[in-house]
Write a new protein. Structure first.
Length: 215
């Protein structure tokens, strides 16, 4: 099952006094943790959707990943558009695949087991979308079938992806996970501090990626 991924990092970081993607976590940045979490889960290629200070992020990452593994797409109207616009840009940039994960670029602590559990749920149920859940609530990252591509790209109206999911209500699978990383983002300085403490408490550490094993 060939899977790609989309990470959304076009926003203004308006609630955080620092620029979220390049915030340091141990010896890496928030956005590197997000990318590495996907690659470690077996994703073939990550599309990173950038906007605000996007060229700075691209320049920082350009020599850290093989070009075939990380591609950049841009929401040039990031200040005036919503997240669905960035999602559509990411979906448009995807190469054909069976399915793709979707992850906000400020959620760097998702465990590999969560990605795999969502994939297994999709394979087991043949659903078009699969979500991890905590206490019955859907969380990131969903795994979305390529068959949903046109539905997402053609959707117009309010409500973003939540409205798209309503159209697929009978074709969504969920799987409960025990992963606090699904609850932790970096919207605010307080959120960032909680993330740092969580990673320290969990001794959360990514081992070096061996790219040959990711396919």
């Amino acid at each position: 099952m060939k899977i790609n991924g989309i990470i959304l990092a076009a926003g203004l970081s308006s609630r955080m006094p620092a620029f979220k993607p390049l915030l340091k976590l141990k010896d890496k940045t928030v956005i590197e943790y997000c990318i590495d979490s996907m690659l470690r889960a077996g994703v073939n290629q990550v599309i990173l959707v950038l906007g605000y200070r996007g060229k700075e992020v691209e320049a920082y990452l350009a020599d850290k990943y093989a070009g075939s593994r990380l591609q950049f797409a841009y929401n040039q109207n990031y200040a005036e558009t919503d997240m669905l616009t960035s999602i559509k840009i990411g979906v448009s940039a995807l190469k054909p695949c069976a399915a793709f994960y979707l992850l906000p670029g400020d959620m760097p602590a998702i465990q590999t087991g969560t990605f795999r559990a969502v994939k297994e749920a999709m394979l087991r149920t043949q659903a078009l979308v699969a979500f991890p859940t905590i206490e019955g609530q859907r969380k990131h990252p969903p795994l979305i079938s390529w068959q949903c591509r046109d539905l997402i790209l053609n959707f117009e109206g309010e409500g973003g992806l939540r409205e798209v999911w309503k159209k697929l209500a009978t074709q969504i699978a969920t799987v409960p996970v025990d992963d606090l990383g699904c609850l932790i983002d970096t919207d605010t300085k307080e959120d960032y501090d909680k993330l740092v403490n969580y990673l320290d408490d969990q001794r959360f550490e990514f081992k070096p990626i061996i790219f040959e094993n990711c396919f």
